[in-house]
Every structure is written in structure tokens, then in C-alpha cells.
Design a protein around this ligand. Structure first.
Ligand code: GDP
Ligand code: MN
Length: 394
């Protein structure tokens, strides 16, 4: 899960990283109020989306830039009005872009230099992989390609203490001296602590700016949290919905269904992630396009199947639903009952193809046959895929 910049900045500020003062706004008036409260100009207005490249991004309506410096509080209101409700497209969002629901209004820093600093998790080494460069800023991707020597790298083992000399060694390799070296080492230590404390998989500051007084400021912040750790980060779970933009994915997330939206026409309801992927592959082989990835899990009950149907049926391109169940731990008779009951509550407006196999399949088939459910049965996955593709074409 990716945190928006304003949440990442709150975390970093709490950990002792210097962050310019800022406030969050969901409307132009709120942005104006934040600007008045900060009582300082110029100010920077920044679109909050879960992707970088905003500085060089462009809104769907043609408005340029998701990061804007404003000279007056009135200008802050105008810029916020342009950004909020807009769709921002950047090199990282893909062509569809992401909607802007919040902006931050922040003090502007007089930048003398921009540093790049990032922490990622190295699974193979059980370590935090730190990278830094004096050539930070919006051109960092190009610099990484053209000038990889401009990066300093070091791993910090998780089962070792964070020795100050290691932090200073890293800062010195970046060329920092005296007070700057001490300040930089402190920031790196805070970042490492924030990374560990929040079970992050990524923590990036780009740029970490240096101002005219030689002070460091985190002007941007990006933190990704390991989803598997969310059970122990109550405070962060609430932000999960903020960075999911697909309406079916939002619905699935709120019901605890494993769902990824795609742009095809065949809605897939499958038990097990591996089988779900195989189902998508075989559809593709017969010229069909899955509308989604959906894994109802090994213990799917009627409630879960009902929720899954609700998500599937709201997909705008849906033409056919394909249910592919392999009953291992899951019993085919239970899932058949769940399908019958769920479709009583959620009437289907598209044809349904069912393939059932495995434990108690005979009983499962009987339940389906006896019900009033309209469906096409398939004996195996290949037949199911062909039938689903045919139904789309019809
Ligand atoms: P990103 O493009 O999504 O990575 O957004 P950033 O927050 O990194 O902003 C992009 C660029 O805007 C930065 O690299 C800076 O050059 C510039 N910028 C951001 N904040 C400030 C600021 O407070 N003052 C000035 N002068 N420039 C800023
Ligand atoms: Mn940035």
C-alpha cells in the first residue's frame, strides 16, 4: 500500500526529519485557509496522488503541473481549484491518470541543491538497501540510466544495530562534511527508524533539498507499507482506501475480496490465486479477455460468493461470468449452494459459465441442476474458456 505524500510527511516529521510546514486541503477554500494560517509566501500547492512525476505531469484537461509555486494566498485558492477534482497524468500513473482529491499547501524552500535518498527492502539480504545521490530532483530516472555512478549504495542489516559511523560513512561518500554530515546522518537514521517501525518496503525522499542556510528539508516523501503488516498498524489501515481509484477495487477492498480490475469482458470468480491466473491465461489463449482477477479463497462461503458477485456485476464491460472452482479443501456442494443462494439475491444480467471439479463434485452438480439457476456447465477448464469466449462473441 502506498501512502500519499502528506501521510508520509507526517510520519517523517514525527521521526525527526525536517519537513517544511504544510496543511492538507480537499477544497479551494480549505487550501486558502491553510495558506492564510501558514502566513508566509511563496507557497507550494501539490496534488496528492499515489504516484511520482507530478512536477512534470499534466491534468486531463490540459492544465500543466501537479506541483505549483504560488505568490499569493489567492493564487493558492485558484491553483487548488484547478487541481482538485482533476485527473493528473504523470510518467508513473499510466495514460488514465489518477484523480486528485486532496492537495497540500506548504511553505516554499529556496533550493540550492536537490538530493535523492531512498530505502528499499532487500529480501535476499534481509537488509535495508539505501541509495543516495547528489543529483536528485525530477530528472532522477534519466540520471539513473545515464549516470549510475552518481549513486552511493549501502545495505544496513536488520539484525545489527544502526551504528553512527555507518551513517556518517554513507554521508561522507555523498560528499557531505562537518555540520552537513552530522545533519544528514541524523536524517538517514530517522529514515531507517521510520522504515523499520512502519514495516515499509519503500521510503524515498526526492528531493531532500538543501537551502541557502545549508539546512536539509524533505520536500517530497513516498512511503510504501507491506500490506501483510497492516494488522499491526491500525492508524495506517485507514489510508488504504485513499489510493485505490478503481470503483470495483474499492468495493472489493471494503468486502475483503482479493480483486484486481482489468479491462476485458469475462468476469472470473475462482478459488485460489494460482487457478485464477491459469483461468486468465486460458481465456487469453482462446481469444477472450478477463474483466478481472478474483480469488474468493479456499474457504469461500455464501457470504463471500455474494460479495464477489456484487463486485463482478458492477464492472462496466462485463459480458459473461466464468466460475472456475477446484474443490480441494473447498467442497463443490457447498460452493454450488453458495452460488445458487447468492444469485437469488443478486440476479445476473449476463450468462454464467460454471466449471466445478474436485471434492463432492457429483453432489455439487446435483444442487445446480435442481436449482432454477440459468447457467452453462463445462467439464474442464478448456471447455469453460471456449464457452465463455463464445458467449461474449454472441
Ligand atoms: P514529484 O514530481 O511528484 O516527485 O513532486 P516533488 O514534490 O518532488 O516536486 C517536484 C519538484 O518541484 C521538486 O523536485 C522541486 O524542484 C520542486 N519543488 C517542490 N517543492 C518545492 C519548494 O518548496 N520550493 C521550490 N522552489 N521548489 C519546489
Ligand atoms: Mn519527488
Amino acid at each position: 500500500m502506498n501512502l500519499l505524500e502528506y501521510v508520509a510527511k507526517e510520519i517523517l516529521a514525527r521521526e525527526g526529519v525536517p519537513v517544511p510546514q504544510f496543511g492538507v486541503a480537499s477544497s479551494p477554500d480549505e487550501a486558502f485557509d491553510v495558506a492564510v494560517k501558514l502566513n508566509k509566501t511563496p507557497l507550494v500547492v501539490k496534488a496528492q496522488i499515489a504516484a511520482g512525476g507530478r512536477g512534470k505531469g499534466r491534468f486531463a484537461d490540459g492544465y500543466e503541473g501537479g506541483v505549483k509555486i504560488c505568490k499569493t494566498t489567492e493564487e493558492v485558492r485558484e491553483v487548488a481549484a484547478k487541481m482538485l477534482g482533476g485527473i493528473l497524468v504523470t510518467a508513473q500513473t499510466g495514460p488514465v491518470g489518477q484523480p486528485v482529491r486532496k492537495v497540500i499547501v506548504t511553505e516554499s524552500v529556496n533550493i540550492v541543491e536537490e538530493i535523492y535518498l531512498s530505502l528499499t527492502y532487500s529480501y535476499s539480504e534481509a537488509a535495508i538497501w539505501v541509495m543516495g545521490s547528489r543529483l536528485g530532483g525530477v530528472e532522477i530516472e534519466r540520471i539513473a540510466l545515464e549516470n549510475p555512478q552518481a549513486f552511493v549504495k549501502k545495505t544496513f542489516l536488520l539484525d545489527q544495530p544502526l551504528w553512527d559511523f555507518q551513517l556518517r560513512e554513507f554521508g561522507a561518500q555523498l560528499g557531505f562534511k562537518s555540520k552537513s554530515l552530522v545533519d544528514f546522518s541524523k536524517i538517514l537514521k530517522s529514515l531507517l527508524q521510520a522504515f523499520i517501525k512502519h514495516d515499509a518496503t519503500l521510503c524515498e525522499i526526492n528531493p531532500l533539498a538543501i537551502d541557502r542556510e545549508n539546512r536539509f528539508w524533505a520536500l517530497d516523501a513516498k512511503i510504501s507499507i507491506d500490506d501483510n503488516s497492516l494488522f499491526r498498524h491500525d492508524g495506517l489501515s485507514t489510508y488504504r482506501f485513499e489510493t485505490v481509484y478503481d470503483s470495483q477495487e474499492l468495493e472489493a477492498l471494503s468486502h475483503g475480496v482479493n480483486y484486481v480490475g482489468l479491462d476485458g469482458q469475462i468476469g472470473c470468480l475462482v478459488n485460489g490465486a494460482g487457478l485464477a491466473m491459469a483461468t486468465m491465461d486460458i481465456l487469453d489463449r482462446f481469444g477472450g479477455r478477463p474483466a478481472n482477477f478474483l480469488d474468493v479463497g479456499g474457504g469461500a462461503d455464501q457470504n463471500q460468493v455474494e460479495k464477489a458477485f456484487r463486485v463482478l456485476l458492477s464492472h462496466p464491460n462485463l459480458k459473461v461470468i466464468l466460475i472456475n472452482i477446484f474443490g480441494g479443501i473447498m467442497r463443490c456442494d457447498l460452493i454450488a449452494e453458495a452460488i445458487v443462494e447468492a444469485t437469488k439475491k443478486q440476479p445476473l444480467h449476463v450468462p454464467l459459465v460454471i466449471r466445478l471439479e474436485g471434492t463432492r463434485v457429483k453432489e455439487g452438480k446435483e444442487i445446480l441442476e435442481k436449482s432454477s439457476l440459468q447457467y452453462v456447465f463445462a467439464e474442464d477448464l478448456e471447455e469453460a474458456a471456449k464457452k465463455a469466449v463464445n458467449l461474449v462473441e454472441k
